[in-house]
Design a protein around this ligand. Structure first.
Ligand SMILES: Nc1ncnc2c1ncn2[C@@H]1O[C@H](COP(=O)(O)OP(=O)(O)O)[C@@H](O)[C@H]1O
Ligand SMILES: [Mg+2]
Length: 316
């Protein structure tokens, strides 16, 4: 039995005003399973539909069509059972301003009918670096601390399936490390983890398998290893002092002064360097490295660039 199963999940929202059609598809026939014990990454640009999919998984929104289940429990027809198996850390910082941290965790335990949970609550506080904040009111916690509390709240009932929606967006390095150490430990102990993140080096390091979503559709789904292998092998990277001249070959990824070209073989690398020399560019910090997940992600997204027929695709 899979930990999470998405079968032909579609979600239509009313179109923004002035759009050609009345509805648009935030999710379009999304189907994949996540096995028990996996550390699974769901990647995609903003607006791809990641949060919509997670909201449906959590039973907080209804799919327009398709079915979703958690360890065999349908999230609609068997909501209570599915909800108990799932711990969701939402993208938005939502919290009850009247409780301190420990009270919030006790209240959440009560919601799941768990009465004596203080030993586990203490362990959560300790593992997430929240022990000295146990009696602080949620209202006055910093954003990073609130994020930790949201993680603790999601885990208070020891769910076998853990879902994190951009848990490290805008948080500091220390929290990231604390969080990943703890989540990895839970994963090693058998928990299934579904993660969305824009930090692709995080996904590359943590996730065994990855799905990439674009405009509501799955455009790549494989093991992280296979995705990396399928990407064109190497990347030529250098720094320049000026703008990249138009005479250089297209297809560079430019971040500030850093230019990166996907380079399949030595000949491609030679050609880029020759073009740069002809353009009179001075290159600094020349480096040839293996393609990473960010390169793969950009390649996949480019392959699935929007076509006019997709842009106007809508449910009727
Ligand atoms: N409640 C809603 N009503 C209408 N449109 C929505 C709603 N929630 C999300 N959307 C739209 O659905 C698309 C997917 O959004 P979302 O799932 O938040 O993407 P992601 O989490 O991948 O950034 C976006 O175009 C977004 O504007
Ligand atoms: Mg989102």
């Amino acid at each position: 039995m899979p930990a999470i199963s998405f079968q032909s999940v579609s979600k239509a929202y009313p179109s923004p005003r002035n759009a050609a059609s009345d509805t648009f598809l935030a999710l379009d026939e999304v189907s994949f399973n996540i096995d028990q014990g996996e550390f699974f990454g769901l990647l995609g640009p903003n607006g791809a539909g990641k949060t919509t999919l997670i909201t449906i998984l959590a039973g907080l929104a209804r799919a327009t069509s398709g079915t979703v289940s958690v360890l065999g429990s349908d999230v609609q027809s068997d909501y209570a059972a599915a909800r108990r198996k799932l711990g969701v850390v939402p993208q938005e910082l939502v919290f009850d301003p009247f409780f301190n941290v420990r009270e919030a965790l006790r209240f959440q335990s009560g919601y799941f009918g768990i009465q004596h949970n203080d030993a586990w609550i203490d362990e959560l506080l300790e593992s997430l670096g929240l022990t000295d904040k146990a009696h602080v009111n949620m209202r006055v916690l910093s954003g990073g601390m609130k994020r930790r509390v949201l993680v603790a709240l999601a885990l208070v009932h020891r769910p076998p399936v853990i879902v994190l929606d951009e848990p490290t967006a805008g948080v500091d390095v220390e929290l990231r490390q604390t969080l990943w150490a703890f989540i990895s430990k839970l994963n090693k102990q058998g928990s299934t983890v579904l993660l969305t993140t824009h930090y692709l080096e995080e996904a590359e390091a943590l996730c065994g398998r990855i799905a990439m979503l674009k405009e509501g559709r799955v455009v790549a789904l494989d093991t992280t290893r296979a995705l990396l292998k399928a990407a064109s092998g190497n990347v030529l990277q250098f720094k320049i002092d000026s703008e990249l001249p138009l005479s250089l070959p297209a297809g560079a990824r430019v971040t500030g002064r850093v230019v990166q070209y996907p380079a399949i073989d030595a000949l491609a690398i030679e050609q880029y360097l020759a073009a740069a020399r002809e353009a009179g560019l001075t290159l600094h910090d020349i480096e040839i490295r293996r393609a990473d997940l960010e390169d793969v992600f950009l390649q996949v997204m480019k392959q699935h660039a929007q076509t006019p027929s997709q842009a106007s695709k809508a449910v009727v």
